[in-house]
Design a protein around this ligand. Structure first.
Ligand SMILES: *Cc1c(COP(=O)(O)O)cnc(C)c1O
Length: 222
């Protein structure tokens, strides 16, 4: 199967109000270009160095999303060009993004990552931590970041009902946070959930942004 036909298949399940992030991590520039030629403009990467190289080498009208675990000491390398950072999982990271964004004269779009999975290995805030952070005084000073919504990853399991319940819970938190902290503001509008194995469930549960790698580009070689 070609990348173009994989995209066509995936696109058939994605409503027009849901954004597709093509996750190109560990795939070469030629693969990104094939997806680009098929019309895709949003690409997701999880390593700072790989993202920086691709951004330099590939067409300038690509929106690059950072979807991995971001270390504070590497924030400065991507802030000048990144369109959206999906996995903000601490105040410390948010505050570093803010600092580098102000330096670069930008406002950087961010999603706060919620921990919804059973696995301890996945990053993110729980609901209490998220609410406490958003209520805190120190949040008010962060003019270099634009909080656009939430992101989460379901448990890696064959139990579809469990996955659905985790996404449903995340959507519930999203609605509550939106009502409490972002009422009347249009910026807080994105719910990034759903990957190759679970994006259809995620869309049914209210995702506005799916992050799909393997189904489009094939298996990654690490
Ligand atoms: C790698 C990755 C994806 C894509 O996963 P696939 O199963 O290949 O679609 C999505 N989101 C995050 C955070 C990832 O790290």
């Amino acid at each position: 199967m070609s990348i173009a036909s994989n995209i066509q298949e995936v696109r058939a399940y994605i409503p027009s109000n849901v954004k597709l992030v093509c996750v190109s991590k560990f795939h070469p520039n030629e693969s990104v270009l094939q997806a680009y030629e098929a019309g895709e403009r949003i690409f997701g990467e999880s390593k700072v160095q790989e993202l920086s190289h691709k951004q330099e080498e590939l067409p300038k009208d690509i929106s690059w999303h950072f979807i991995g675990h971001l270390q504070t000491n590497k924030v400065k390398y991507i802030v000048p060009f990144v369109s959206l950072i999906h996995g903000v999982d601490s105040f410390r990271l948010l505050s570093e993004i803010n600092k580098q964004a102000l330096k670069a004269g930008r406002r950087v779009n961010c999603l706060l990552q919620m921990h919804i999975a059973e696995e301890e290995t996945k990053f993110g805030f729980d609901e209490g931590e998220l609410t406490a952070m958003l209520r805190s005084e120190e949040m008010k000073g962060l003019t270099g970041v634009n909080i656009c919504g939430l992101m989460g990853m379901a448990t890696f399991t064959d139990d579809r009902e469990q996955v659905r319940n985790e996404f449903r819970r995340l959507k519930g938190v999203f609605d509550r946070i939106q009502a409490e902290f972002f009422a009347g503001k249009t910026d807080f509008s994105e719910l990034s959930m759903g990957m190759s194995d679970d994006y259809r469930i995620a869309i049914e549960e209210g995702s506005t942004m799916v992050r799909i790698g393997t189904t489009i580009f094939g298996h990654r070689e690490y």
